[in-house]
Design a protein around this ligand. Structure first.
Ligand SMILES: Nc1ncnc2c1ncn2[C@@H]1O[C@H](COP(=O)(O)OP(=O)(O)OP(=O)(O)O)[C@@H](O)[C@H]1O
Ligand SMILES: [Mg+2]
Length: 220
């Protein structure tokens, strides 16, 4: 396929994905209206709808990237609020695994980020953590503001990343999973570093694998 055909194909696929995303979005709005109308108070349904709609927004902004439109929509957000949103969305991944989520955000501050991209990084890192746990385990998310930075540590107690593979995990296409693309961490690193921030693997031992995001706070 030549470059022109590939570009066209990307446009067509993006178009179709957007059509179907808008259908998902509209139906989730209909569900929300109906449960409100019927006076149903179910926090789990409301939470699921919030997560679906946030996911739709994130996919849409990724598709806009494909069309070369700049969607790096940086704004001021509260660090804690965004972290909690990301954690909530990633909680859908364990399916039949028994995963405990321990989340502790010691203090918070404003940060200047693209909300959708920042949340996607959190989701990607937690998803990897869940995938590293075979049946039962713990995901720990710790956040704090220290010396002008927000620091977010995301850990899991699943299987260790072998020493010799640790240097490759951020490379595009590096995966050890049969269904993986090896893109999650590469995308996260690219985005976090484009914000003048850092994403690193702090450690991976038999008992804990920990990633850290360090991002400057926003003072205005
Ligand atoms: N928390 C973790 N515990 C163990 N291994 C990990 C962890 N996070 C990443 N890895 C390793 O790094 C590799 C790359 O991760 P990355 O998220 O980039 O890709 P992936 O998860 O394989 O595929 P996808 O593109 O679907 O995210 C993984 O295949 C895995 O070997
Ligand atoms: Mg991944």
């Amino acid at each position: 396929m030549n470059e022109n055909n590939i570009n066209n194909q990307i446009k067509f696929i993006s178009h179709e994905i957007r059509n179907h995303l808008s259908i998902c979005d509209m139906y989730s709005q209909i569900i929300r209206k109906n449960i409100e109308k019927d006076g149903i108070k179910n926090d789990s349904i409301i939470n699921a709808l919030d997560c679906i709609q946030k996911s739709i927004q994130i996919i849409s902004s990724n598709i806009m990237d494909l069309k070369s439109i700049d969607t790096n929509a940086k704004k001021i957000y509260d660090f804690k609020t965004l972290v909690l949103k990301g954690v909530e969305m990633a909680k859908v991944y364990p399916e039949d695994k028994e995963i405990d989520f321990e989340v502790f955000i010691k203090n918070t501050n404003n940060i200047f980020v693209d909300e959708n991209r920042f949340i996607s990084c959190i989701v990607n890192i937690i998803k990897n953590g869940i995938e590293a746990i075979e049946f039962r385990g713990k995901i720990t998310v710790l956040g704090e503001v220290r010396n002008g930075d927000v620091i977010l540590k995301i850990s899991n107690d699943g299987k260790q990343i072998p020493k010799e593979k640790q240097k490759s995990i951020f490379e595009k296409g590096f995966t050890t999973k049969s269904t993986g693309c090896g893109l999650g961490l590469c995308i996260c690193k690219q985005y976090i570093e484009s914000q003048g921030a850092e994403l690193s693997l702090v450690k991976s031992t038999k008992s804990e694998t920990q990633f850290e995001i360090k991002l400057p706070i926003c003072d205005y």
